[in-house]
Ligand binder design. Structure first.
Ligand code: FAD
Length: 425
């Protein structure tokens, strides 16, 4: 198949915030393109978040290109339906050329560009932006094969009432694990939580949301290139905190005082028992130390800039776990929620841009294969790259590359060409 890149479209795969931001930037530049989305616009927020879900990041950080947060609660935290509405309003504001319910199944390089095979036919493209999301395939440890009770991944969790009766074991204490454990606990369920090494952060400190302090301190502008070990930074777990009920800390020790059963990491399911490592105290101490370390840097920033801010007492642990390993009889657990993360799935991309670990090698989203870009990867450029706050800046950067790539070639009248089978879908 011969593809003349100058006469064919830019194809954006994925219609979440990243794909929409990309489309907005291309529209602004007059670059013809089409967005392929396997579900509906904002599908991940619609169908892959639990019912009580709300943002952890404050609303003012929702600042997609041409679509700053305009609601009445910039310091609040949108719930799931509000995030979907925010994205729907965004799409309505510039009518991106989205083809919904089209899944890209194979991307190959051909002369002059790319062939994008989909479940609705083949499309040809001069340039392609992969914006298929930072959290793709749920990861469940093979340990799960030993379970005799129902289990699901956080990706499929919706509400406490969907789980069978009896105590629930939540495995993993990143953002999802802690929030789902809280959701179950507040619904009156008996909750066991296997606590891992994720750090935590306070919601507020010295008069402001910590996110606001970190923003003022330039944290969200710091590029990945400034770190000695970018791979380690990209692999870091997110800090746990919540936006629920206006936003508050998640203090697992306080939950323990109220009856949540905390354990160390889950190490095995043997002899009819769930077994947990002897690392609960270390993990809780680590999470608190990170949180207090963030406060130290806020204190230093306040002092060096002469900012008037109320002084605040530091956190004092309210509970300490007993030493040693722990175990729970399997018949004491009615169901398990695996909050054990996600992995990328770029298996459909058959262009040699991946490194030895399967990570797409790129510089700020630009791969070494001319015309192929990624958008929305965690820490693609900054902390916000895989989030609402930073993806717009990355999209603008890629739009510049795309326009430059096109500049040397004469675009067709429409600027893009879509295979007839995709039109009108
Ligand atoms: C539990 C959870 C909580 C989060 N909380 C926050 C928060 O508080 N604040 C924040 O800023 N960020 C948060 N994030 C991170 C981030 O904002 C979201 O993951 C967001 O959905 C990423 O947007 P995206 O457009 O990059 O990816 P997605 O929203 O996942 O969009 C990718 C789109 O691509 C589509 N797609 C995938 N493969 C194909 C294909 N082959 N063909 C066609 N379409 C395809 C999908 O259907 C999807 O709609 C959270 C993430 C998770 C998982």
């Amino acid at each position: 198949m011969r593809v003349d890149g100058s006469a064919h479209p830019v194809v954006v795969v994925g219609g979440g915030q990243a794909g929409l931001a990309m489309s907005h930037c291309l529209t602004r530049l007059g670059v013809g393109h089409v967005v392929l989305e396997r579900g509906r616009v904002g599908e991940s927020w619609r169908s892959r978040r639990w019912d009580s879900f709300c943002l952890v990041t404050p609303n003012w950080q929702c600042d997609l290109p041409g679509h700053p947060y305009a609601g009445g609660d910039p310091g609040g935290f949108m719930v799931r339906e509000e995030i979907v509405a925010y994205l729907e309003d965004y799409a309505a504001s510039f009518a991106p050329p989205v083809r919904e319910r089209v899944t890209a199944t194979r991307l190959t390089a051909v002369e002059g560009g790319f062939a994008v095979a989909t479940d609705r036919g083949v499309l040809t493209a001069g340039q392609v932006v992969v914006a298929t999301g930072p959290y793709q395939t749920p990861v469940v440890p093979r340990l799960a094969e030993r379970l005799t009770v129902p289990s699901l991944h956080s990706d499929a969790y919706r509400a406490p009432g969907d789980l069978p009766g009896g105590p629930v074991l939540v495995v993993g204490s990143g953002q999802s694990g802690c929030q789902i454990a809280e959701d179950l606990f507040l619904a009156g369920r008996t909750v066991h939580l296997a606590v891992g090494t994720a750090p935590r952060v306070a919601r507020r400190y010295r008069g402001r949301d910590v996110v606001e302090w970190l923003d003022l301190m330039g944290h969200y502008d710091r590029p990945i290139t400034e770190f000695d070990d970018p791979d380690a930074v990209r692999a870091r777990a997110n800090h746990y905190v919540t936006g629920r009920d206006g936003g508050r800390d998640i203090d697992l020790r306080a939950f323990a005082l109220r009856g949540m059963r905390l354990h160390g990491r889950l190490t095995g399911i043997t002899g009819g028992r769930f077994e947990f490592a002897d690392d609960l105290e270390a993990n809780l101490d680590h999470a608190d130390a990170v949180s207090e370390g963030v406060k130290d840097s806020v204190d230093a920033y306040i002092a060096s800039n002469g900012i008037a801010a109320p002084v605040e007492e530091r956190y004092v642990p309210v509970w300490r776990p007993p030493a040693g390993t722990s175990a729970v009889r399997a018949d004491e657990i009615g169901s398990v929620v695996w909050c054990t993360g996600f992995r990328r799935d770029h298996s459909w991309i058959r262009v040699p841009v991946f490194d030895g670990t399967g990570y797409p090698a790129h510089t700020r989203g630009v791969t070494r294969w001319p015309g192929l870009y990624f958008l929305g990867l965690p820490w693609q450029h900054t902390w916000g790259s895989g989030r609402i706050v930073g993806v717009g800046r990355d999209a603008e950067h890629l739009a510049g590359h795309i326009a430059t790539h096109l500049a040397g070639r004469a675009p067709s009248a429409s600027g893009y060409h879509v295979h007839p089978e995709l039109l009108g879908t």
